[in-house]
Design a protein around this ligand. Structure first.
Ligand code: ASP
Ligand code: MG
Length: 417
């Protein structure tokens, strides 16, 4: 007997028919003798619909009230799933985040989990019940409902699994695992049977939408064995088949020994680049430029500064495309007066393409293969950044798909046909 956490995404919970299928799958696990905690998302489209209502009333709704309403989608899901399980003759009980409680800080719309009380959940499990806990939400010290940011149910599930010391956290979703790249762009993309935690963390932060990045951080911090697998299979598929399907996030490097040097090509379209030209090349300049950007709460990703010629240099950095206008706004007034630079230019039609793989640590020539491949396709690289296990480039976004396809092939990730 093991304690297992199941997480079901919005598509998996998307209709009452699908919820009945989730109930069948959960019942199968329970009847095999396992203790099961389920953390579902809201039914697909529901969170968008609810947030849309607020936007119809106000351009800038109060974040506390946004969380109050956004959290209701998951509350409907847990109740419906409990009803479906009871229909199958199981004992089931649903809880909203505040009832567990899942305690968070007070950063509405992007709260962080601080603690999870496991007492009630263990008592219910020991009494033979399936426990269903809302994803995406918690409660702050003042008793206010908070949410964890879009896609936050992944994080709820992994955090619950960590708190309960679950044997495994199964993330059921509408894809059957983590792929070498998005199969909608490269049809030859392959499912990875295992991916290391570090690679998954890079992929999540570089644009792969399979898991919310914070859930991966949680899995790493508490070493929660986490598996991404499909909820669209027959719910009655044998347990052992299910336990070996999907993609397992591993913490042991040697399990990856057989894998290719590069595990995946990630991409992110939502990038924008800003360049300040003719910046005096002297101490304090990076701080003068990026200080006001940070003060405006804008995240900066890649940064490039060259050595100046004739005392002047260019300074470039990237931000999320949604924050491009705001970043330009912040800097426009300062370019000449505070920074004493010549001008500011920008481009919000760029994207980031990255190759990720822990094999990079022990192999040379990865960067040169990447740059050669892009040059053979006539793609100009605008910026480069590297870490121990990834290389990212900023390129014109009209070449994104071409770059992803070419790199996927060059690194030998295409499926054997
Ligand atoms: N329902 C929330 C969202 O749509 C959380 C989640 O699905 O993970 O972002
Ligand atoms: Mg999701």
């Amino acid at each position: 007997m093991a304690l297992i956490v199941h997480k079901y995404g919005g598509t998996s919970m998307g209709s009452t028919e699908r919820i009945k299928n989730v109930a069948k799958r959960v019942a199968k696990w329970h009847q095999a003798g396992h203790q099961i905690v389920v953390v579902p998302s809201a039914m697909s489209g529901e969170t968008n619909r609810i947030l849309g209502l607020a936007k119809e009333i106000s351009a800038q709704p109060d974040p506390r009230e946004l969380d109050m309403i956004a959290s209701t989608g998951e509350q409907v899901s847990v109740g419906l799933l409990a009803i479906a399980l009871k229909e199958l003759g199981l004992k089931a009980i649903s809880y909203a985040g505040w009832q567990v409680p899942i305690k968070t800080d007070s950063a509405y719309t992007k709260a962080r989990i601080e603690s999870i009380d496991d007492a009630k959940v263990h008592a219910d499990l020991n009494s033979g019940a399936v426990v269903i806990i809302t994803g995406f939400q918690g409660v702050d010290a003042g008793g206010n409902i908070t949410t964890l940011g879009r896609g936050g149910s992944d994080t709820s599930a992994v955090a619950v699994a960590a708190a309960l010391k679950a044997e495994e956290c199964l993330i059921y979703t509408d894809v059957d695992g983590v792929y070498t790249t998005d199969p909608r762009i490269v049809s030859e993309a392959r499912r990875l049977k295992v991916v290391s935690f570090e690679e998954m963390l890079e992929m999540a932060s570089l644009g792969s939408k399979v898991l919310q990045i914070r859930s991966v951080e949680f899995a790493g911090k508490y070493k929660v064995p986490t598996r991404v697998l499909s909820s669209l299979t027959d719910p009655m598929i044998p347990l052992d088949e299910e336990m070996t399907s999907g993609t397992l996030i591993t913490f042991e490097e040697d399990e990856n020994m057989e894998q290719a040097v590069i595990s995946g090509i990630a991409f992110n379209r939502d990038e924008a680049k800003i360049t300040i030209q003719g910046v005096p090349d002297k101490p304090g300049i990076a701080h003068q430029i990026l200080g006001p950007v940070a003060d405006a709460n804008i995240d900066v990703d890649m940064i490039i500064q060259n050595q100046g010629i004739g005392g002047l240099t260019d300074f470039s950095f990237t931000v999320h495309r949604n924050e491009y206008a705001k970043a330009l706004d912040v800097l426009n007034s300062k370019v000449k007066s505070v920074i004493s630079a010549n001008s500011i230019v920008g481009d919000d039609k760029v994207c980031k393409v990255s190759a990720v793989g822990i094999g990079m640590r022990s192999h040379v020539g990865i960067a040169s293969l990447m740059f050669r491949t892009l040059s053979e396709e006539g793609i100009n690289i605008q910026m480069i950044s590297t870490s121990e296990i990834k290389i990212s480039v900023i390129i014109d976004d009209k070449y994104m798909e071409l770059a992803v396809r070419a790199l996927h092939k060059a690194f030998g990730l295409d499926q054997a046909k």
